[in-house]
Write a protein that binds this ligand. Structure first.
Ligand code: F6P
Length: 326
């Protein structure tokens, strides 16, 4: 039986996943592997939604957002029975190595599958950049650029009306998108789950700037920061800021638009590099590794070690952004 490698995308989709799938497929094919594209994450492995990927099947996908393999979250794969069944399916297909593109939850599944004798490599794919063992996750750059483009449009209308625009960006547990996007749009306030904030102080800062001839304001809120200030939604934050500052305020939730669209050059290049690297690892006999970026270079680390790491928030950049926006 020809040796085979499987590839799947799991969890929330992220622009650049297709570039990673293409790189995995092509790098494996030139090394003599048969490649299986597994659809809808671990669900597809369990349900047999598996198709061979030939070189031309991954043509014309590098520039496409979303994931051509579809994606899903799979409850069954969090059980030992589900993982055993997944390993059995891999053996039936002759899959000796699997590349899993997703986040921490997907890596836990990969680690468990390794425990059942299937060699797995994880690639970080999520727009949130919230995977601790890597400086960068596939999709992050595209999502931030999308958010910046949208907020630039919001600024036009905020400026015309002398308003404050409260914009919620994605990041259920992390403020990376909010921090960088907030800095890039010159937001007067950036609310992230990692750093406590006070709407009273923010409104005082807004009023001081208004007294100094600033007439419109952008506040960027990470999705995960909404609940940390005893607020229930971005609408609620906007309402409270309006009450405190007296400035007309509107809330906008950018939502899933941030997950779509053509990947940027950075996402295409990093995803390709990581996909290629994953196949090199499998070809060299490695298993239970996550590929990441460290000091700007692609590297790999044991999945368990990677999952146990903590990613310190960039407080210095946060303070800088805060200090220079007034
Ligand atoms: O991809 C990460 C993320 O975008 C989070 O920021 C967000 O909370 C979550 O996914 C939402 O995902 P879904 O709507 O697919 O459950």
């Amino acid at each position: 039986m020809q040796k085979a490698i499987g590839v799947l995308t799991s969890g929330g989709d992220a622009p650049g996943m297709n570039a990673a799938v293409r790189a995995v497929a092509r790098a494996a094919i030139v090394r003599g592997y048969k490649v299986y594209g597994i659809q809808r994450g671990y669900n597809g492995l369990l349900n047999g939604e598996v198709e061979e990927l030939c070189e031309r099947d991954v043509s014309g996908v590098i520039q496409r957002g979303g994931t051509v393999l579809y994606t899903a979250r799979c409850k069954e794969f969090t059980t030992p029975e589900g993982v055993k069944k997944g390993a059995e399916k891999c053996r039936e297909l002759g899959i000796e190595g699997l590349v899993v593109i997703g986040g921490d939850g997907s890596f836990r599944g990969a680690r468990d599958l390794c425990g059942e004798g299937i060699r797995c490599i994880g690639l970080p794919g999520t727009i949130d950049n919230d995977i601790s063992c890597t400086e960068y996750t596939i999709g992050y750059d595209t999502a931030m650029n999308t958010a910046v483009e949208m907020i630039d449009k919001l600024r036009d209308t905020a400026q015309s009306h002398d308003r404050c625009s409260v914009v919620e960006v994605m990041g259920r547990h992390a403020g990376w998108i909010a921090l960088n996007v907030g800095l890039a749009v010159g937001a007067i306030g950036i609310l992230v789950p990692e750093i406590p904030y006070d709407l009273g102080k923010l409104s005082a800062k807004i009023k001081k700037s208004q007294a100094n001839r600033k007439q419109h304001f952008i506040v960027v809120v990470a999705e995960g920061a909404v609940a940390t200030a005893n607020t229930s939604s971005s609408e609620d934050i906007a309402k409270k800021l309006m009450e405190l500052s007296g400035i007309e305020t509107r809330a906008t939730i950018l939502g899933h638009v941030q997950r779509g669209g053509a990947p940027t050059l950075r996402d295409r290049v990093i995803a390709s590099e990581m996909g290629y690297y994953a196949v090199e690892l499998l070809n060299a006999g490695a298993s239970n590794r996550v590929v990441g970026l460290k000091n700007g270079k692609v590297y790999d680390i044991d999945i368990n070690e990677g999952l146990a790491m903590k990613k310190p928030f960039d407080e210095k950049l946060y303070r800088a952004a805060d200090e220079i926006s007034f």
